[in-house]
Ligand binder design. Structure first.
Ligand SMILES: Cc1ncc(COP(=O)(O)O)c(C=O)c1O
Length: 394
């Protein structure tokens, strides 16, 4: 059965896309769609600056570059994340240093980060995996003590909160999000960064905006004075750079998606609560721990699958679950150090035994169900699968 996914784009998306086309990709009186999206996103996070880009990998690269990360530097990233975190470090010519994760939260272990800091370390990249926030207090203590920059990778984490109610992405020097289609908010592909630091904002925007020298922290406009700009003697670029700009059509979709962020986040939390209830008496699962007082916004519901203790294979459970009309269960990506592009090219270092153990066990359940009917279908699949293995295996 092919599910209808258009409900995610039933707000103002089409209206704003139409505005872009009507304006012939030029800005309206209230600014370009990129400007509107950036203003909205910055406001939502109480940040001075937000800069939209074409992906959440580009935004990580923009942030690290703005920190001055370059050849010879080390950036500490958790091993249990996606390769893109490591790519962003490599794109700067720097070395990813792999930190292990905590067995219960599946998130970057600040103690292991501390052990792996050397004179070469320039930055730390905590990744709020699956919608759950890392212990930012401890990471910021390390940042202050050792003078390190911090970019929070919130690609999978919109509007999560710690025990003080502080939102994900607002604690480090830069917060970075992805709008890739599977994420809480989608522009098909896209990303955004937010910061209070004007210097970092300017550098990020310039680096992702093909290095036009008159790009500022708050605007991507390059033709500040038309007469000066259209003069043969005018010099435009003062830095080597990339074109990471977000297309206006994507920004139009992003703006409309932002207007519905609470709805999207709450739907995912609701689905996750259903899974938690369904597995609460089962010994087959240990769900990702949420620290007391924290709010996980569940890009996915992540749990360790303990079937190996009962002779049930990972794929066997998944197959049965899908036979009972459950959505596909996703596996965690290989730890970054074990992806062939890093492993075979000997890029990066650092032992990460817990991340490697968890990676093999984790099951990631979808949380983007649109309504009660779809949620019930997942719950029933889970209950039937658990029953099946209880009756057939124990
Ligand atoms: C944790 C994490 N970081 C970074 C990325 C990269 O984002 P994008 O796919 O938008 O480049 C993703 C998602 O794909 C992600 O899940």
């Amino acid at each position: 059965m092919i599910k209808d996914k258009s409900w995610r784009f039933n707000g103002n998306e089409r209206k704003y896309v139409d505005e872009v086309l009507k304006n012939g990709f030029g800005a309206s009186e209230s600014g370009s769609m990129n400007e509107k999206l950036e203003r909205k996103f910055a406001e939502m996070h109480n940040k001075k600056f937000a800069i939209a880009a074409n992906s959440g990998t580009s935004t990580l690269h923009m942030a690290l570059n703005a920190f001055g990360v370059g050849p010879g530097d080390g950036v500490i990233i958790p091993a249990l994340t996606v390769a893109m975190c490591g790519f962003a470090v490599w794109q700067c010519g720097a070395t990813p240093v792999y930190a292990d994760v905590l067995r219960d939260t599946f998130l970057m272990d600040p103690e292991d980060v501390k052990r792996k800091i050397t004179k070469k370390t320039k930055a730390i990249m905590p990744v709020h995996m699956y919608g759950n926030m890392c212990d930012m207090n401890k990471i910021m203590d390390l940042s202050k003590k050792y003078g390190l920059f911090v970019v929070e990778d919130c690609a999978e984490c919109f509007l999560a909160r710690d025990d003080k109610g502080t939102k994900s992405g607002t604690i480090g020097h830069v917060g970075s999000w992805s709008f890739e289609n599977s994420k809480h908010l989608s522009t098909g592909d896209g990303g955004i960064v937010a910061t209070d630091d004007e210097d970092l904002a300017t550098k990020m925007r310039q680096f992702g905006g093909v290095g036009f020298k008159n790009i500022g922290a708050s605007t991507g406009k390059v033709r500040i004075d038309r007469n000066k700009f259209q003069d043969p003697s005018y010099e435009r670029h003062n830095m080597m750079a990339y074109n990471y700009r977000m297309p206006e059509l994507c920004a139009a979709v992003g703006l409309a998606q932002c207007e519905r962020i609470e709805e999207f986040v709450n739907l995912r939390i609701k689905m996750a609560e259903g899974y938690l209830e369904a597995i609460k008496d089962s010994e087959l699962f240990v769900p990702q721990k949420v620290q007391p007082g924290f709010v996980n916004t569940y890009w996915t519901f992540a749990a360790r699958f303990m079937g190996q203790n009962y002779g049930i294979k990972w794929q066997e459970f998944r197959k049965k679950y899908m036979e009972f009309r459950g959505d596909g269960i996703y596996a965690a990506h290989q730890t970054v150090n074990n992806e062939p592009c890093f492993r075979d090219n000997k890029i990066g270092y650092g032992d990460v035994p817990i991340a490697e153990m968890l990676q093999k066990e984790l099951m990631l359940f979808t949380t983007n169900q649109k309504n009660e009917e779809e949620r019930t279908m997942q719950m029933q699949a889970m209950e039937k699968t658990l029953d099946y293995f209880k009756n057939n295996k124990s």
